[in-house]
Design a protein around this ligand. Sequence first.
Ligand SMILES: C[S@@+](CC[C@H](N)C(=O)[O-])C[C@H]1O[C@@H](n2cnc3c(N)ncnc32)[C@H](O)[C@@H]1O
Length: 277
Amino acid sequence: MTAFSAEWLQLREGADQAARNSEIANAVSARFALRDAISVVDLGCGTGANLRATASLLPNRQLWRLIDSDPALLDAARIDLIRWADTALREGDELILRKGHADIRVSFSQLDLATDIERAFDGAPALITASALFDLVSETFIKTIARLCTERNAAFYTVLTYNGVQRWSPHRPADNQIASAFHRHQLGDKGFGPAAGPMAPSILADQFRLNGYTVLEGESYWVLGRNDRMLLEELQRGYAMAAAETGIVDAKTIEGWIKVQRSGAEVGHTDTFAAPA
Ligand SMILES: C[S@@+](CC[C@H](N)C(=O)[O-])C[C@H]1O[C@@H](n2cnc3c(N)ncnc32)[C@H](O)[C@@H]1O
């Protein structure tokens, strides 16, 4: 599995949904409760997990535009959304879904957000959303998003931004070394310039507040246990690979670290909702 493979995104979807902060979700729901309809753009949609988790918070008539740079993930999103919906129709490249009481029209755009972010705002969406994206982007990109949302009066809701917390059970002394290397890796360029990594939640909050938005933040930790064995193992493998790429931890330490069987882990994330005051 690679960092953004459909298999990895599908493996983490259940933990992501369980981790979402319900107070922040309620605030999103309350904000749009008086509307009949809403247009939403999902940045870095992957297989469409964010739509599946967010749709129930929004008014019944929803127009979603799912954006990703990876065409294979956009194809996987189509398939996973059809599976998820109660009913699904294809209309050209778009999907018309019914889920519970919601009527959801979905379009798909292949776009490199690092170079084409302004195009994500075509059609004046009321809500810009993303899941597990913002620790990958740069501080400059966050400033641009905050400015574009403000200029267009759009609300902003992003979930599951990694915030730097990781606790493994059982704990091993090398955990701290691996975590430091992982954080070094997190700050590397993921296509948007030097990444904000675990600083992303605080940069997001600062930038939206500077633009006069009201910002709410809440924790959305993964709390993984024995029933999450595959996810724990993939996580461990991913962290070890990232640590190895930095070259700051010796191979023997990494080899020993990856062999430790874990019964659980907590991984810290933050959900952020920012709306015009
Ligand atoms: C960690 S995944 C999250 C996917 C999905 N939001 C979820 O929660 O399952 C990050 C996503 O951002 C997309 N992505 C990364 N860089 C991108 C870019 N420059 N432009 C558009 N999408 C990008 C990846 O293809 C991937 O789908």
